[in-house]
Write a protein that binds this ligand. Structure first.
Ligand SMILES: Nc1nc2c(ncn2[C@@H]2O[C@H](COP(=O)(O)OP(=O)(O)O)[C@@H](O)[C@H]2O)c(=O)[nH]1
Ligand SMILES: [Mg+2]
Length: 302
């Protein structure tokens, strides 16, 4: 299966509920009136798109439908897909960090796919000719360090690590040194998703964030928050907590090949004004792609 097929497959549950909902709305439909838009609103909210995003999308769509005098269901559906895609489109400079000297801090709770995604990113940037260095700052579990080691080897990039239980900040200091003295282009830092308690974790991340800002003042910072697309509404509360300490500049949604809750993509980018930049569609190195809102909407409205 290609990447798009895997995305489509992962979204099939969401898309069938959206598609069924839309079919029902369009089935009864005689004209595009208030009632029509109310039913559409319900379909979107049921599909996890959320109140806020729905409240932004519908008025925009509505004015286009009126301005362009659209009457046919398929035209209205197309405008809906286009309106959502516009809302999801990352800024032009969303990937500028990959073209500059940059440090990428990867955060998120345990099991969402941080380490795997870092491995995929390392491979991607390395193949683009960048000198990539990885920092194993999840020192909470030995397995996390070993896992990153495997990815570093696979990608053929340098890894900076310390034994389990070391101070994550010390790993970051060492990694910054290696980055400067070895002429790195992109430094990617893995972090713990769980410590003894949540307050601890958030303090640690805040500290790492400050160290990076202080020790690499002229290097572009990218903070990527990793969320598991199959967790639905839970991802929103995670995003809220992490956003409070680290100001993410982008979101990576993993497991879009699973039973992804597709609507959540729309809800999150509207709720936090943080663009989704990459999506994961599998466990292998090549299963990561830049987020393409048009392809996403094609998969969602299939
Ligand atoms: N199906 C699928 N599995 C993924 C994806 N990304 C990560 N995983 C799996 O999710 C599990 C947790 O990943 P890991 O990188 O260890 O998460 P971390 O705790 O955030 O570092 C592993 O079994 C990964 O192989 C993805 O895009 N799709
Ligand atoms: Mg990990």
């Amino acid at each position: 299966m290609g990447l798009f097929e895997r995305l489509k497959e992962g979204l099939s549950k969401t898309s069938s509920s959206i598609a069924n909902g839309l079919d029902a709305v369009f089935g009864d439909y005689s004209q595009v009136d208030d009632e029509f838009f109310e039913e559409l609103e319900e379909v979107l909210i049921m599909a996890d798109v959320g109140m806020k995003a729905t409240g932004e999308i519908l008025p925009r769509m509505r004015s286009r439908v009126y301005e362009e005098h659209l009457k046919k269901p398929e035209d209205v559906k197309r405008v809906l897909a286009e309106t959502i895609a516009e809302q999801l489109r990352p800024h032009e400079d969303a990937y500028a960090f990959t073209e500059q000297r940059s440090v990428v801090l990867v955060i998120g709770v345990n099991g969402v796919g941080k380490t795997t995604t870092i491995g995929k990113l390392a491979m991607k940037y390395k193949n683009a000719g960048k000198k990539v260095i990885l920092a194993a700052a999840d020192t909470f579990r030995a397995a996390a360090i070993e896992q990153l080691e495997v990815w570093a080897e696979r990608a053929g990039v340098e890894l900076v690590s310390k034994p389990e239980g070391s101070d994550p900040a010390a790993v970051i200091y060492d990694a910054v040194q290696a980055f400067n003295s070895h002429g790195g282009d992109i430094l990617i830092c893995d972090t713990a998703g769980r410590l003894h308690n949540k307050k601890n974790l958030m303090e640690e991340l805040g500290k790492i964030n400050r160290i990076l800002a202080r020790s690499l003042p002229d290097v572009r910072k990218e903070v990527l928050l990793v969320l598991d697309a199959t967790t639905g509404q839970n991802a929103i509360s995670q995003a809220r907590e992490f956003a409070a300490v680290c100001e993410p500049t982008g979101i990576i949604l993993t497991k879009m090949d699973g039973s992804a809750k597709g609507g959540i993509v729309i809800a999150i980018s509207s709720e936090f004004d943080i663009p989704v930049k990459y999506i994961g569609v599998g466990e292998h190195a090549e299963d990561l792609q830049e987020f393409d809102p048009d392809a996403f909407m094609r998969a969602l409205f299939q």
